[in-house]
Design a protein around this ligand. Structure first.
Ligand code: NIG
Ligand code: FE
Length: 391
């Protein structure tokens, strides 16, 4: 195992809370990596002399934990550029566009999907994302959902079964039968590849009652719940997620006071997906309201071909700060530690001895530049499990 000493770090975001700073910010710091884990974090001046350690001089730049993108849909065929262009010309976003991607995904072979997915993984890594979740949800047959779950499991341990994304066209007149399929044979085929079960609880997708059935079936099968909810209107998604102890409820764009109170009194992360509001021209969720109420807020890309075709966590941070009234430290925390909480992971999202050696050296003196210089690639180096990735 190689040891690497990353030293001369001008600003280090550890996310180990100290003195009222949730980001645990250190200046003039160093990080010692031993194999796949962090061995030591502290002042550069007192870094332990690890004999044989390779020394990486950060040159006074900022270092942050690798981004944890807790919400993506990266296994799909085709794209929806025409739908996006029509939307920008005035068409509203509706979940029905998902069926276009379902048709393209069913028509794509495994190798095509695998190569596309590999391309996205390279794209994520190059932008500083070191942990990511991937959902199924564009297959919607037993065979296609199982192959999407299997392909996703080739690139991440965080696979989510989302057979309940929308009711596919062939079941439009018998939605109860589709929910039975999701809760039975489809779940059986996908569960061996998945850790999570998700449902799109929204008008036009699944009702709170249908959603509860799907999530409870997943829980019985050993999967842990997460929910897409309150994206297009106030509905029962948030309250269902909290009632079932879901790790995260994602979107949270339209919230009633009781939704905010339920989140604040729970361990369920409110994961906000500002790429969706950017790409669908919807109002942004009010992160300030959630944080001030005491809820835990994460941010994620929701990278998918319909509502947010971007994998850029730096862009999410810029949008969170500019459009959702988050401070820079809150947004950086939400994109790293918040994502880790949303995936119930205690080995990523922070830089401390024993954690995975997943970190990003920014081409900037502070993390503030992630929001201050939107659209500018600021990732100078990425380490995942102690191994440098191509950037
Ligand atoms: O998270 N909300 C549901 N699913 C995706 C959209 C998928 C699509 O439009 O293809 C989302 O926004
Ligand atoms: Fe999504």
């Amino acid at each position: 195992m190689t040891a690497i000493l990353v030293t001369n770090i001008g600003e280090l975001t550890t996310n180990v809370a100290s003195g009222g700073d949730p980001c645990g910010t250190r200046t003039d710091a160093a990080v010692l990596i031993d194999g796949a884990r962090i061995a030591w974090v502290g002042p550069a001046a007192s870094a332990p002399g690890a004999s044989g350690a390779a020394v990486v001089d950060a040159g006074g730049r900022a270092v942050i934990p690798g981004f944890v993108d807790s919400h993506t849909h990266l296994v799909f065929g085709g794209d929806r550029a025409a739908e996006f262009a029509a939307r920008m010309a005035g068409q509203p976003y509706a979940a029905g566009g998902i069926r276009t991607t379902v048709a393209a995904t069913r028509a794509a072979g495994d190798e095509e999907l695998r190569q596309r997915l590999a391309g996205f993984v390279t794209e994520l890594h190059a932008q500083g994302t070191t942990t990511f979740e991937v959902k199924t949800g564009y297959g919607l047959t037993v065979h296609d959902e199982a192959r999407l779950a299997r392909l996703a499991a080739e690139v991440t341990g965080e696979v989510t079964f989302l057979g309940a994304h929308v009711v596919p066209a062939e079941y439009a007149e018998r939605r109860g039968d589709y929910v039975d399929l999701v809760c039975g044979p489809m779940l059986d085929a996908c569960a061996p590849h998945a850790r999570w079960v998700d449902v799109f609880c929204e008008t036009g997708a699944f009702t709170p009652e249908e959603s509860r059935r799907v999530l409870e079936a997943g829980i019985r099968r050993g999967l842990a719940p997460r929910v897409h909810g309150n994206q297009l209107g106030a509905g029962g998604g948030v309250r269902l997620a909290v009632a079932l102890g879901a790790a995260s409820v994602d979107h949270c764009t339209y919230l009633a006071d009781e939704d905010v109170a339920a989140l604040a009194g729970s361990d369920t992360v409110a994961t906000l997906l500002p790429g969706v509001e950017f790409s669908t021209r919807q109002p942004y969720p009010d992160a300030r309201r959630l944080i001030d109420a005491g809820a835990t807020v994460g941010i994620a890309s929701d990278c998918n071909p319909g509502s947010s075709f971007t994998s850029s966590m730096p862009l999410m941070i810029a949008l969170a700060v500019r459009e959702m009234r988050m401070t820079v430290p809150e947004a950086v925390w939400a994109a790293t530690a918040g994502g880790a909480r949303a995936l119930r992971r205690d080995d990523v999202g922070a830089l401390a001895a024993g954690m995975r050696a997943d970190l990003v050296i920014l081409d900037a003196p502070s993390r503030t530049h992630l929001a201050y210089r939107p659209g500018v690639p600021l990732v100078a180096a990425v380490y995942k499990d102690g191994v440098p990735l191509p950037v």
